[in-house]
Design a protein around this ligand. Structure first.
Ligand SMILES: Nc1ncnc2c1ncn2[C@@H]1O[C@H](COP(=O)(O)OP(=O)(O)O)[C@@H](O)[C@H]1O
Ligand SMILES: [Mg+2]
Length: 227
């Protein structure tokens, strides 16, 4: 397997001077292409903080982050923002859909920042992504006209539309009932995007057990690949 991400001695602290709290303490983690990885740990243990670093949203850490073998601090801002937009798809607990846009327009949004996709392709590609999540017939619906599970499907379609190599999901089922949650995890683990790497933050041990790999954050440290 090819290494996608290598984190070496990643430490993240918040606060100033005497008030500093070390949330992540010397984290070492390798993620390979195609991994389906669960990150678990109690509330406040630093799961979202770690995901933000992996997703290139938070540069304020100490340590090394290698993406396909390249230290990301060597990348220019333009390369970084293209990577963030084109190569990483995000899924959140609260769906984060834009309420006045239809499902189609929500899904199309990330393509506007992707110079590899022409505007005339937006509709067909967004419809294709909605089809993958089983919602092609709802493309004119606004978020308020959809159930929680359907809204999360739209958010998954939005995460897929640029065909990213990395999908990051932060407690994607936290607002869903257990039956809907099962369906969403089933969908995420069986996406037809060949080779995409998936990282799911969850405190649901059943979800973690369904992933190929599990890591646990405890007191700022990582317990790698527990069973
Ligand atoms: N921007 C921030 N400023 C200060 N403290 C923060 C910030 N982000 C997170 N923290 C703190 O870091 C700890 C871990 O937060 P988080 O990564 O959100 O945990 P989790 O996702 O595991 O619930 C918490 O104590 C939180 O208060
Ligand atoms: Mg969190």
């Amino acid at each position: 397997m090819n290494k996608l991400i290598e984190l070496r001695n990643i430490t993240r602290s918040f606060g100033l001077n005497q008030q500093v709290a070390k949330v992540l303490d010397s984290i070492n983690l390798t993620i390979d292409d195609g991994d389906k990885l669960a990150i678990v740990g109690p509330s406040g243990s630093g799961k979202s903080t770690l995901l933000s670093i992996i997703g290139l949203l938070d540069p304020h850490y100490q340590g090394e982050y290698l993406l396909r073998g390249r230290e990301i601090t060597t990348l220019e801002n333009k390369q970084l923002s293209q990577l963030r937009n084109n190569q990483i798809g995000w899924i959140f607990q609260n769906f984060n859909l834009i309420s006045h846009l239809t499902a189609l327009d929500n899904v199309a949004l990330p393509m506007r920042y992707n110079q590899n996709i022409k505007p005339k392709e937006y509709k067909e590609r967004a419809l294709h992504a909605l089809d993958i999540v089983g919602l092609a017939d709802k493309y004119t619906s606004k978020p308020s006209e959809l159930s929680g599970g359907q809204q999360q499907r739209v958010a998954i379609a939005r995460a897929l539309v640029n065909e990213p190599s990395l999908i990051l999901a932060d407690e994607p089922t936290g607002n869903l009932d257990s039956h809907t949650s099962d369906k969403i995890i089933e969908l995420l683990l069986n996406l037809p995007t060949s080779g995409a790497t998936l990282v799911i933050v969850t405190h649901d041990t059943n979800i973690a057990q369904r992933c190929d790999r599990r890591i646990k954050i405890h007191d700022g440290s990582l317990v790698n690949d527990y069973q």
